[in-house]
Structures are given as structure tokens and as C-alpha cells.
Design a protein around this ligand. Sequence first.
Ligand code: ATP
Ligand code: MG
Length: 152
Amino acid sequence: TYVPLVELVEGVAEQWNMKSAQRIYVHTFNGDFFAYADQNRMVQVLHNLVGNAVKYSPGADRIDITLWEEEEWLCLDVRDYGIGIAEQEKDMLFNKFYRVDNSDHRQIGGTGIGLYISRKIVEDHKGTLTFISAPDKGSTFKVRLPKQDVLV
Ligand code: ATP
Ligand code: MG
């Protein structure tokens, strides 16, 4: 169905704002964006990404979510200012049950399934889920969804 992406993002951000140390800011340009998507699964992706941003940035005071349109794509970035991801981990990150094995990451709980599922959901919508990251600077997870109608 046609789901209001900004509204979903704001709902997820609000829920995390009630329990996280970081303040979650949602930045949008020209109003709401609508995506052809399965609403519940999109909310699941958002919770995974924001939950990771919160978990993996202890000590940071903010997280930024930005939404915009670019040609045929709806773009959503979730940016944190946390522990980041080392170069040698980057290829494995979306693998099922993969968790980074260093002391910073190991102290933080999880099963390693969130990103695997999130990428699967986004790809089922004919989109992409990628990231850029630098250790001790933070990470940006990037969702791209096609604007046109796709069957989901
Ligand atoms: P789950 O999501 O299943 O509860 P998880 O958060 O450990 O557990 P994923 O969300 O799949 O698993 O993430 C896989 C691994 O990638 C994490 O264990 C963590 O090491 C790393 N990671 C994910 N998001 C971030 C982030 N924003 N910053 C730094 N590392 C991250
Ligand atoms: Mg996770």
C-alpha cells in the first residue's frame, strides 16, 4: 500500500525519544513522502536502524534521520555519532547472525539478525540498504526506495 513515510519515521523517532539518551531529530524537506510499501515491515526496518543507532552510540547526544527525494528514489538516512564500524567488518555486517566481535560491540546485546532482515525487507521493496561508517565517528545507514509502484 501507499504509506506516509515521514509520519512513520516520526512515530518511530517519538517512541525512541521516550527511552533513549540520544535525541532523535527528523529532517525533511517538502512535506510528507509516500512510498509503496508494506507499512509494518517498513516500521520494522526503521526500528532496527534507529535501535542500532541508539545502541551503538552510547555517550552521543543525538541521532539524525533525514528524508528526501532524489530522481526516482525516496532516500532515508539514519545517522549516528557512535562507535562506528571498522573497515574489515564492513563486508560481513548484513550476514545473518553476524555481530562485530570487539569489546565495544560485545558489551552491547543483540542477536545479529536486525540488519539481515532489514536489508531483505528493503530489497523485497526493490530498494537498497547500505551504509558508510568510520570508527569512533559514527555510521550512516542509507535506505533507498523506488518512488514508482512496485508489488510487495
Ligand atoms: P539484533 O538487531 O538482532 O538485536 P544486532 O543489533 O547485534 O542484534 P544487527 O542489527 O544485525 O544485529 O547488526 C549487526 C552488527 O552490526 C551489530 O552487532 C553491530 O556490531 C554492527 N552495527 C549495526 N549497526 C551499527 C551502528 N549503527 N553502529 C555500529 N555498529 C553497528
Ligand atoms: Mg540490531
